[in-house]
Design a protein around this ligand. Sequence first.
Ligand code: FE2
Ligand code: FE2
Length: 256
Amino acid sequence: MQATTTGDNRTGAATAEDGVRAMLEANARWAPGEPVDTTLADADRSLYILDSEAVGSIPPPVTVQGMLKTGFDKLIGERPEVLLDKLGERLAFERSGTRLYDALMCKYDTLAEEGEVPPLAVPLDAGGEDVPSTLQRIRNEEHQHFQMLTEAVRALGGDPTAQTPCADVGATASMGILQVVTDPRTTLAQSLNALLMAELADNAGWELLIALADEAGEDDLVQQFQRALAEEQEHLVTIKSWLTALVSSPTPTAAA
Ligand SMILES: [Fe+2]
Ligand SMILES: [Fe+2]
């Protein structure tokens, strides 16, 4: 069989032009002439949506003692499972967040050692931190949030090791973020962009959790969650500023 060739004597630019021309020709030849009718596919999807069961269920409180001791019973009749489901979601996200920062620290350290990262400003109120120690602090805060949520679930009589439905769905939705950060080919800026998505979701997630805990009359939890939210807001500002600095750097580096 004759090997295909792009022509060894041609320049890269000419090859790229050929590629674009070939794509346009293929599009003109095979693209459907009319808009694709998705009516049947939509009808199939609707059938599955209506027939499917939910993604898991909320495990009941593990101890009667826990329910009584913590006043879990006062929530009964006010959909306490929603709060437990969302606590489980946040818990799983904070645990994954810790791993995300572990992976980001590895990428940063590797590129910084090679001199491939331009100077990045650290938050003004961070008291003399450099970039590695800022990353380490954020990583530790994610881990502390995970531990705090573990205690919160336990105090409400729930099982912090259970994967709740929202934890399951959240893990599926954020799977790509970890893949981006751990991919050896991605730049620091691309990894920070993925982290930005995580921190945006994190901030919104804490806001929702505060509202749910407030509705449930869990004042202690509200206070703890507000402290976590303040830290998450700072994470968001930091990641955003680093991403902006990298992509607008006048000197191209491997980090951007
Ligand atoms: Fe977080
Ligand atoms: Fe965060």
